[in-house]
Design a protein around this ligand. Structure first.
Ligand SMILES: Cc1ncc(COP(=O)(O)O)c(C=O)c1O
Length: 385
């Protein structure tokens, strides 16, 4: 038996999505920029997908620009706005310490090119305080980028309030919604943001397809230049099959959103309750109220997360850690560190992210093995000392 508890890393492609994609790959090879029948068939696929994505986030189809995924959408938002606003003298960017590397690394690259950057602190529950943003904003701030839901702990940021504060100082607001779209209702109008990133493979669509939603009238430069694709905003012949897969995944998500969210939250809450009951020295990280329904992040005192991940994998259970292993040393999760967790706790936490295929049996399977594995790892650590 194998159980997949890593849906925040990626999700399996829904069969309805792959059916659409295979059909296109086999039979519809046209270039959507061509005026003939073949091209128009492909263009119709893009139009349908654009409408489906727009519908999922309460946007207009013309505001959706397809990208190669979340990383490109984040790069596009940050670099595109930086390019457009550079001449205005606004040369300050703000993000939070919780952001995905797609934002953090891009911010560093812009800092090397002379942009001032501020990383906002987060509280111990993994939430950005609006007061911290208010204090950091200046009349030279071009863009604020704060993610909607965090990939490691699942916490949801008060984006609507944060966006209002940014706008009050004349700055644009981008949110990376890669981990919230299709998990909770995402409404770009209610959030009041200017730019929003999403990625198909986080909600049963294919890898390599995503979108940046750009509020009409937002000043943004293109980062991929070439032909006039995507209304001059992103050059390159579109990944028609991938985009059609994204559209189908968006349609499916819109239909299932509420019942699936409730099912996953109940499953996740049961999992947490049983872990806390049966594994001494375990603790949940991050807010348990303001978070997406499928994610939990749990610390196990005295257990190195990487060893736990490997032991669980040997037993057929796939989870993940927020830590990155670089040159043989374990780097603690930047998210848990930003929350101010003590060093040991940032290194003994795993993320469990549930999804469509998970059932109570999967949770039982995990709970059958986890307490024994944790106990064994703790005794090994004691022997090693
Ligand atoms: C919050 C967040 N942003 C961006 C990305 C990058 O998305 P993609 O894998 O589509 O490039 C991810 C994926 O892990 C993510 O979780």
């Amino acid at each position: 038996m194998r159980v997949y508890f890593d849906h925040n890393a990626t999700t399996p492609v829904d069969p309805a999505v792959s059916d659409v994609m295979v059909g296109i790959l086999r039979q519809e090879f046209g270039n959507p920029s061509s005026v003939h029948h073949f091209g128009q068939l492909a263009k119709a696929r893009l139009d349908d997908a654009r409408s489906a994505v727009a519908m999922l986030i309460n946007a207009e189809a013309s505001e959706v620009v397809f990208t190669s995924g979340g990383t490109e959408a984040d790069n596009f938002a940050l670099r595109g706005v930086a390019e457009a606003l550079e001449p205005s003298g606004r040369r300050h960017l703000i993000a939070s310490g919780l952001e995905h590397e797609a934002v953090l690394t891009t911010l560093k690259a812009l800092a090397r090119r002379g942009w001032n950057t501020t990383l906002l602190p987060v509280d111990s529950t993994g939430i950005v305080a609006p007061a911290a943003l208010e204090a950091a904003l200046t009349d030279r701030t071009a863009l604020v980028s704060i993610m909607h839901a965090n990939n490691e702990i699942g916490t949801i940021q008060p984006v609507a309030e944060l966006a209002q504060l940014a706008h009050a100082r004349g700055a644009l607001f981008h949110t990376d919604a890669v981990q919230s779209v299709a998990k909770i209702p995402v409404d770009v109008r209610a959030l009041g943001v200017d730019l929003l990133s999403l990625s198909a493979h986080k909600f049963y669509g294919p890898k390599g397809a995503g979108a940046l939603w750009i509020r009409r009238g937002t000043r943004i430069g293109a980062i991929l230049t070439g032909g006039k694709h995507e209304r001059n905003r992103r050059a390159g012949t579109e990944n028609v099959a991938g985009i059609a897969g994204l559209g189908t995944a968006a349609e499916l998500a819109a239909r299932k959103l509420q019942p699936e969210g409730m099912r996953l939250a109940a499953l996740r809450d049961r999992l947490e309750r049983l872990v806390l009951e049966r594994v001494p020295g375990s603790a949940i990280n991050g807010s348990r109220e303001q978070r997406v329904p499928n994610t939990t992040n749990i610390s196990f005192e005295g257990v190195e997360a990487e060893s736990l991940l490997i032991a669980l994998d040997l037993d057929g259970i796939a989870v993940s850690t927020g830590s990155a292993c670089s040159s043989g040393t374990l780097e603690p999760s930047h998210v848990l560190r930003a929350m101010g967790l003590p060093a040991h706790r940032t290194q003994n936490s795993i993320r469990i992210s549930l999804g469509a295929g998970n059932t109570d049996q999967d949770v039982d399977f995990l709970l059958d093995r986890l307490p024994g594995i944790v106990q064994k790892l703790r005794s090994l650590t004691r022997v090693a000392r």
